[in-house]
Write a protein that binds this ligand. Structure first.
Ligand SMILES: [Zn+2]
Length: 292
């Protein structure tokens, strides 16, 4: 039988098109800008291919360069200000980023106090007032220069610290990066009860768990459950995830690899195409439109 004719051909065409669809209009919530404009050109080419948008995590020194790039590619780039919570200038920087049209803050990392410490209240209040989205690092973090002493602790960046911030600032949208690696269960549970909290699953997690992606069904367990013990939500619990590639240091290939890992994990867990489309971009596009 010739499988390349009639209905069989149609089925083949459809099956080869469908896998690409959830990534149309992709939003990558986690792209570290390395300060190099050549990197931005490569990122734009990647985003053009999927009609996508990236949250470009930008150091204060690169604010002007990125502001110009956003003017050039308003559909492709959304600026996030990478401030340090303990910087005495942090609040002023939030205002500068906001005035420059940046829509979020982050990736916040390495705080001297726990993320939910009241010392950071003015920063989160300002971000909420401006309807900014805040991306927090959660869980294990690299130690890039082991010879240099550093006052950094993963304990201050546990995913559970986002619970208190989400409740205190209901109009703030929070994204926890890395699904709290390895506190996945806690990350998912605090996201379950906080409608303004999402996680990306970038970093080493999808590499570590690549032989056991079905594991995530035990973490996002409440799909389709109607119960007074769980809030009403979308049909798939996985919709507490959004896409983030965590490209850093200009390593653009990580963008492609991370899309592949997300797709594989979501397919293994049986996450339907509509939910995948929300994870890859739909959810964040709605939040961005609402916050305007
Ligand atoms: Zn991170």
């Amino acid at each position: 039988m010739n499988v390349h004719s009639g209905p069989a051909l149609l089925a083949l065409l459809l099956s080869s098109q469908l896998p690409g669809q959830p990534t149309r209009g992709l939003v990558d919530a986690h792209v570290h800008h390395n300060g190099d404009s050549a990197f931005l050109d490569k990122m734009i080419a990647r985003l053009d291919a999927v009609d996508g948008t990236a949250f470009l995590l930008t150091l204060p020194k690169d604010l002007n360069q990125v502001q110009m790039a956003i003017r050039k590619y308003p559909k492709r780039l959304i600026g996030f200000g990478s401030i340090k919570l303990d910087d005495p200038d942090a609040l002023a920087q939030v205002e500068r980023f906001h005035a420059a049209g940046f829509r979020g803050l982050g990736e916040l990392s390495g705080p001297l106090k726990s993320f939910d410490d009241k010392a950071y209240a003015p920063i989160f209040a300002a971000a909420e007032g401006h309807r900014m989205i805040v991306l927090f690092h959660t869980g294990i973090v690299n130690r890039s220069n082991p010879d240099v002493p550093a006052d950094i602790s993963v304990d201050r960046m546990r995913p559970t610290t986002l619970d208190n911030i989400a409740r205190r600032y209901p109009k703030l949208t929070l994204i926890g990066a890395h699904l709290g690696n390895p506190d996945y269960a806690w990350a998912a549970e605090v996201a379950r009860w906080n409608p303004n909290l999402y996680f990306d699953v970038s970093g080493s997690t999808l590499i570590k768990k690549q032989e056991d992606y079905a594991f995530f069904k035990s973490v996002f367990w409440w799909s389709g459950i109607a119960s007074p013990h769980t809030p009403k939500g979308g049909p798939s619990a996985f919709e507490k995830l959004i896409f983030g590639s965590d490209v850093f240091g200009g390593e653009i290939e990580e963008f492609d690899r991370e899309i592949e890992r997300y797709r594989k994990m979501l397919d293994v867990c049986g996450v339907p195409p509509e939910a995948q489309a929300n994870i890859f971009g739909g959810t964040l596009r709605r939040i961005l439109t609402r916050a305007k």
